[in-house]
Design a protein. Structure first.
Length: 198
């Protein structure tokens, strides 16, 4: 499945989204990177190193806490992409703001920003924060989409997950929590977008 930046921009624009942060939570931002590889649109995830004090060993989008010197949440997402995996989002096509997503256990509220690259990416991994980069085809994620998910049910959200076995890794990538909810919301928009085009 190939999605153009125009496709992704339209999907992201039409998503239902929370536009205001939760003031009592720690402000954060993540970078949702789409890119084209071998006739597939992929998403970029990272596996955090186990030694990290928060979210150690978890699958995530590149991202982190908003620093006081960051001009915006988008600037934070771009900075984190650069610091964690050597990707400068300013060189990619910005396709949209996906809104805010709160963690269910650790008190963070993250703004999600989507970018697109026409080419496969080259990474420079920061080994202090990132154990590995995992690229997952959108079509594979779509095959695990849950049509019946109730976003108002805390327990269902807690157990929402996507699994993928990278060819170059012995570990299964298990997406859950905030990362799974951002992924699921995009896939929900993608399904609606595809149904309208049929």
């Amino acid at each position: 499945m190939i999605l153009t930046p125009e496709d992704i921009r339209q999907i992201v624009t039409d998503l239902p989204k929370r536009l205001e942060p939760i003031r009592s939570y720690i402000p954060a931002a993540v970078l949702v990177i789409f890119f084209e590889k071998e006739n597939d649109t992929n998403l970029v995830y990272i596996r955090r190193t186990r030694g990290m004090s928060v979210h150690g060993g978890h699958m995530a989008f590149p991202g982190g806490k908003i620093d006081p010197e960051d001009e915006s949440s988008r600037a934070t997402a771009s900075r984190e992409g650069r610091e964690e995996i050597g990707i400068d989002a300013r060189s990619l096509t910005y396709v949209g703001d996906m809104g805010f997503f709160e963690t269910l256990t650790s008190g963070y509220d993250a703004a999600a920003h989507a970018v697109w690259s026409a080419e496969p990416l080259t990474y420079k991994i920061n080994p202090v924060e990132v154990a590995e980069v995992v690229e997952i085809p959108v079509e594979h994620l779509l095959s695990q989409f849950r049509r019946d998910l109730d976003f108002n049910n805390y327990h269902e959200l807690m157990y929402l997950n996507f699994n993928y076995q990278p060819a170059n890794s012995s570990q299964v990538a298990n997406l859950w929590g905030l990362t799974a909810r951002i992924t699921h919301l995009f896939l929900q928009g993608l399904r609606k977008y595809l149904s309208c085009k049929m």
